[in-house]
Design a protein around this ligand. Sequence first.
Ligand code: ADP
Length: 311
Amino acid sequence: MAKEKEKTVLITKDGTRHDGRKKEDIREIKFEVGVLDRADGSCLINWGRNKILAAVYGPRELHPKHMQMPDKALIRCEYRMATFSVPERKRPAPNRREREISKILGEALKPAVFDYLYPRSVIDVFIEVIQADGGSRCAAVCAASLAIADAGVPMKDLVAGCAAGILDGQVVLDLDDVEDKEGDGDLPFAYLPHTEEVVLLQSDGIFSQKEYKEALDMLIPASKKIYQMQRDALTNRYSRITEKVIETLDKEKTPAKSKEKKTEPAKKDSKKKADDKKDKEPAAEKAEKKKSGKRILGKKKTSPKEKAEKK
Ligand code: ADP
């Protein structure tokens, strides 16, 4: 008889999860802004074992023209999972889940952008999940909003979010892949911390009113914490740019100085050589004059006698 697969203990009675986290702990998050040279804006997020890259192109003219909106820009989002992002090879063609996530992420990003500033334009947001480990849509929306900011698009706010879930009747934050698959519910959430506008809220599984409230009470402080990390990542990016500008300006100044330093002695040398030549020539002429006992003039004059002889 085949052995039944052992069920993972998702959470113990004292609230310790299978990876050692407590109920309200989120995984380690690292944002890197401006990682791609070709895109207008980009961001790489490492959230636990999730690795997600967001790239933004635009605002640029929207083609085909019939899709253009006369009063605002279109935020077009594409969420894709790499074939190697999950344990078993994923088919490369976009599936229903990817289409759904693309749509909801585009809708979540829209309220954060001053889209009326770019009529008839499009802002393309490409999201590539390189490695997935649960909670990828929340990680993706955080990274995408930073990539839009990196592209220099005026924004109302960044989008920050996280997911909550239910494990054996206990509400927890930030489910990983195992918890997502074996748990009893998943509640992805994202909002604009400044205006407190909720831009993404989905629910998979059944949440009682009490669980729902408990989840939101955990999600809002967690999202604020993530928001601070996003702001730090942006500040870090712009301090790097400032450093680069200062470095370039310094480089531009330094060769000019060194040229001056180099050319000055060279000029001095050539001047000195010319002076030496001037000094040396009369000295040689003087010496010759001393030897021959004749006056040395610029050109030897021919006497009338010599002229007559020549004729
Ligand atoms: P989210 O990633 O936002 O939590 P889901 O709840 O739909 O979205 O997916 C949960 C996790 O399931 C993903 O993060 C990923 O680790 C895994 N997953 C998604 N699609 C596949 C797939 N085709 N094959 C294997 N695992 C997948």
